[in-house]
Design a protein around this ligand. Structure first.
Ligand code: UD1
Ligand code: CA
Length: 459
């Protein structure tokens, strides 16, 4: 069965942070995750991740999703693959794909097409390569009359070899049994004193085995990040690729300043995304929406014709035609139903807001089930936390909540209930009733004048 070994033992010293390099994020996802997804997309589900530096971070991230193996000393890419020999023995009989955990743009198509070449030609090794105008730092592909003859690392290359533009992506298909044989024959006889996996090309050819290079149509497959600047470049490449995909799908962007869209986000045609907008996670946005400026939308399901302006929304559903903003926070577990209007300085948390309801300003609705066509006065608060437990509020259809109402949960307002401005509701209110909690206003005529007079007399 075909399997993959992902090398993720490196530190990335030049990043200047205590994080394994493959855990640095591109468009919000660790580079390692990009590589894993490329395997999954190509139908390779037997994976072994070689960890080393700060291995516990990789364990924590993977959370048992895939097998891992520890490389306790960092002795080169060949040595890293040696750690996966028990995994290869268990999953032998087919081919092994070796990948670098810090080259996130390897894609499923390249993996599939290179495997086709590997199998149809009966290769022992198929190296995935790319042609680059800027080959510095990569292993160069040396070709002879009969194809590839070896891979030479930058540090071991002659001046003439450094001119070669075909480079090693660090991704290869091996016949699993052959790979285990080559690993046993690697030496550290090179300028870095490391076990180079790349030497297996030379070893295979000496044994008369077939080796070929698959030149990827996507030159980005080689790109990796060695420092912060490189990481920013990877993010820029990924960001532009995502935006271009949406442009092709009919999404409108008039200014992409500060626009960052995760690659799993879906957006319908006719929707406009404005500056400063971050769309993350598994967010799905319908057609003809207006999103932005300055929104963060994470893991949300947003239906057609929604308008969001300066909104942050997380793990929530927003139905068709809803208008929200500016300065609104929609927290996880909320469902905003169609025709709702939510205005400035409103926070909604873990609540359902029924069709046609208006929450216009300065209001907190938490842990509540709100019916249809309710009107919230300015400054309403659902008091959902008593310091120990959180409780829910239920608000029936057509309620009219007066300004500065406190609803002390758990509490239920029936249908068509009115609350007077400034009321603190501590018990359930039946359908069509008014809840009013107000001291009588006392008017003391001439009060301030008398006070002023006293002061002047003292002075
Ligand atoms: C390697 C290739 C080079 C290729 C380049 C592509 C070798 C000798 N050279 O070089 O031909 O052009 O990748 O990016 O293989 N790693 C470990 N343990 C180790 C060493 C490395 O897990 O002991 C991991 C790293 O985390 C990284 C990957 O292997 O994910 C590649 O290692 P790196 O040191 O970046 O190799 P390069 O020198 O870039
Ligand atoms: Ca590298």
């Amino acid at each position: 069965m075909n399997n993959a070994v992902i090398l993720a033992g490196g530190q990335g010293k030049r990043m200047k942070a205590d994080i394994p390099k493959p855990m640095f994020k591109v468009l919000g996802e660790p580079m390692l995750e990009w590589v894993i997804k490329a395997c999954e997309g190509a139908g390779i589900n037997k994976l072994c991740i070689v960890k080393g530096f700060m291995s516990e971070m990789i364990d924590e991230y993977l959370n048992g999703r895939y097998e891992t193996v520890l490389q306790s000393e960092r002795l080169g890419t060949g040595h890293a693959v040696m750690q996966a020999v028990p995994f290869m023995k268990e999953n032998g009989g087919g081919n092994t794909l070796v990948l670098c955990g810090d080259a996130p743009f390897i894609d499923s198509e390249t993996i599939k097409k290179s495997l086709e070449m590997h199998e149809s030609e009966g290769n022992s090794i198929t190296v995935i390569t790319a042609v680059s105008e800027n080959p510095k730092g990569y292993g160069r592909i040396i070709r002879g009359e009969n194809g590839i003859t070896s891979i030479v690392e930058e540090k071991d290359a002659t001046i003439a070899q450094k001119e070669i533009k075909e480079i090693n992506s660090g991704a290869y298909w091996f016949k699993t049994a052959d790979l285990m044989e080559y690993l046993g024959e690697l030496t550290t006889n090179n300028s870095q004193g490391e076990y180079y996996l790349t030497d297996s090309v030379f070893i295979a050819l000496n044994k008369g085995r077939r080796v070929n290079a698959y030149i990827s149509e996507n030159p980005d497959v080689v790109l990796g990040a060695n420092d912060r600047k490189g990481l920013l470049e990877l993010n820029t490449v990924a960001r532009m690729a995502v935006i271009e995909k949406h442009l092709e799908n009919g999404v409108e962007f008039n200014c992409i300043d500060g626009v960052v869209i995760g690659r799993d986000v879906e957006i319908g045609a006719g929707t406009e995304i404005m500056a400063g907008t971050h769309l993350r996670g598994k967010t799905v946005i319908g057609k003809n929406c207006l999103i932005g400026p300055n929104c963060i939308i994470d893991d949300c399901d947003i239906k057609d014709g929604v308008s969001l302006n300066y909104v942050q929304a997380f793990k929530s559903t927003i139905d068709a035609g809803v208008k929200i903003g500016p300065w609104v926070h929609i927290r996880p577990g909320s469902h905003i139903k169609s025709g709702v209007k939510i205005g400035d300085f409103v926070e909604i948390k873990n609540s359902t807001i029924g069709e046609g309801t208006a929450v216009a300003h300065l209001t907190y609705v938490g842990d509540s089930d709100v019916g249809k066509k309710v009107n919230f006065g300015c400054g309403t608060v659902t008091v959902n936390y008593d310091g120990i437990v959180k409780s829910r509020c239920e608000i029936g259809d057509n309620c009219f909540i007066g300004c500065n109402t406190n609803l002390i949960a758990p509490v239920k307002l029936g249908k068509g209930v009115y609350t007077a401005a400034g009321t603190t509701v501590t018990k359930d209110v039946p359908d069509y009733a008014l809840a009013i909690d107000r001291g009588t206003v006392q008017i003391k005529e001439g009060y301030s004048l008398r006070k002023l007079k006293k002061r002047l007399e003292k002075a």
